[in-house]
Design a protein around this ligand. Structure first.
Ligand SMILES: [Zn+2]
Length: 447
């Protein structure tokens, strides 16, 4: 078997095992049970001459580290981080068993195939190959498989960074996600995540006065007030901000001078996004230039004949890097206007965004290698709108990037649909490319 073929088979089989272990994280402390995937990885590394360190935050919530020690303590260290948990599924929408790890015609199906057991598996394969080879780096390589990314990382990366700082001491991090080829007229753009927005979840409790539903005239109905609160939050638009990383990304997409100018001008970006036919790009343009407010859950009322005195509204707010949780609260107050005194706000998550500079030797190395493995492509930094475990490191001023290397087989427009959606899948060529990417990157960057 050729080397490339062997890599592809090895990464594919490991991914299928990780999918079948079904480490579903529903947000409760007892879910996830990533100890199953940690055991699978431990089995996988057995006999390769490395030792596996295991860290437990809560029962069953285990993370694993494999370390290839470098010879020069002053050389930069690199940490490759993959999460081992996945989000729940709605099985009715799937064409395959979401936890079967089925392989057909070069496609692996299952929850986690792209978020992100594919990368967790390929990073492990690259690490084991390096461990079994003549690789004697100056800088240390740390492979980290973490629990709990899908619920914010409290019991995984967050726990390690807080409680086991020596174990995860590094100079650079690579984790999810990016590297899905986006076609342009002069080749494919491969995005590399350099930053992400901050999750700020708020519960708004609207008060009213209870009464009989048969006499609604001039009553203080909490649901009526809540409807207006939802309307105001849904239509609230804070001022746009254009980051350099957004500008570079838009320019790389080669959308033409007029649209490029519109999408990179703080005064025009909202209008330009409104007029875009490409809905996915419109949403991205809006989210990458604004702190966003999405009222997503409402609970209230007790009975059809009772005027409600209490309604709760949960709002998912994503803050741009540089916007503090306090500033988020000030924006909420502005959106509510004179209704603010009738609303009590409580905090769920309250996280600042995070942004790493793309001007590092690691970025140069990723760029060099990815562009060679996928000829005609170019690596471009991007701001991610969702959350990743990269934030824990960026908050501590450690550059953390999101990457992977995908083939052209599954179109880039499918990816946003598959993340946390139905029919998640990956092609085995992409697994080979990512594995080769990590291996070459370590040889280049840690040499
Ligand atoms: Zn993920």
């Amino acid at each position: 078997m050729s080397d490339g073929r062997a890599i592809e088979t090895e990464a594919t089989e490991l991914l299928r095992t990780l999918i079948r272990n079904k480490c579903v994280n529903d947000g409760t402390v007892g879910s996830g049970q990533e100890t199953r995937n940690v055991a699978a990885l431990e089995d996988y590394f057995a006999g390769s001459g490395v030792s596996c360190e295991k860290y437990t935050s809560k029962p069953g919530r285990e993370s694993l580290i494999v370390r290839l020690e470098g010879s020069d303590p002053s050389a930069p260290r690199l940490l490759l981080m993959g999460h081992t948990d996945v989000v729940p599924v709605s099985p009715d929408g799937w064409r395959r068993d979401p936890f079967g790890g089925e392989l057909e015609d070069g496609i692996v199906w299952g929850r986690g195939a792209i978020d992100m057991l594919n990368l967790t598996a390929t990073m492990a394969v690259a690490t084991r190959r390096l461990a079994r080879s003549d690789f004697r780096p100056r800088g240390t390589l740390i492979y980290l498989a973490v629990a709990d990314e899908e619920a914010g990382g409290t019991h995984g990366a967050g726990h390690l960074v807080e409680r086991e700082p020596d174990a995860v001491k590094t100079d650079y991090v690579i984790t999810e996600n990016g590297g899905v080829p986006i076609p342009t007229s002069t080749g494919h753009v491969l995005t590399l995540g350099v930053g992400e927005k901050g999750a700020n979840w708020r519960r708004l409790t609207v008060a009213g006065t209870p009464g009989h539903g048969s006499r609604p005239f001039r009553t203080d109905n909490a649901l009526m007030t809540a409807a207006e609160v939802v309307r105001r939050i849904g239509s609230y638009q804070p001022k746009a901000r254009i980051f350099d990383v957004w500008r570079r990304y838009v320019e790389a997409l080669e959308l033409g001078p007029e649209l490029t100018r519109g999408l990179t001008d703080a005064d025009r970006v909202l209008e330009s996004a409104r007029e875009l036919d490409n809905l996915s790009l419109a949403r991205e343009a809006h989210a990458c230039t604004h702190t966003t407010f999405s009222p997503n859950v409402i609970r209230g009322g007790v009975k059809t004949n009772v005027i409600p005195d209490r309604v709760e509204i949960d709002v998912d707010i994503r803050a741009l890097p540089g916007v503090t949780p306090e500033e988020v609260d000030a924006m909420l107050a502005e959106a509510l206007g004179e209704l603010a005194p009738r609303v009590t706000i409580t905090h769920g998550r309250a996280e600042p965004g995070s942004l790493s500079s793309p001007d590092t030797p690691l970025f140069d190395s990723v760029k060099r290698i990815a562009e060679k493995l996928l000829p005609g492509s170019r690596v471009v930094p991007r701001l991610t709108t969702g959350g990743t475990d990269g934030k824990f490191f960026r908050w501590r001023n450690i550059p953390a990037y999101g990457f992977g290397l995908h083939s052209l087989r599954i179109p880039h427009t499918e990816y946003p649909v598959m993340f946390h959606g139905h029919n998640e899948r990956v092609d085995t060529e992409s697994l080979k490319l990512s594995t080769m990417m990590w291996e070459a990157l370590c040889r280049d960057f840690l040499a």
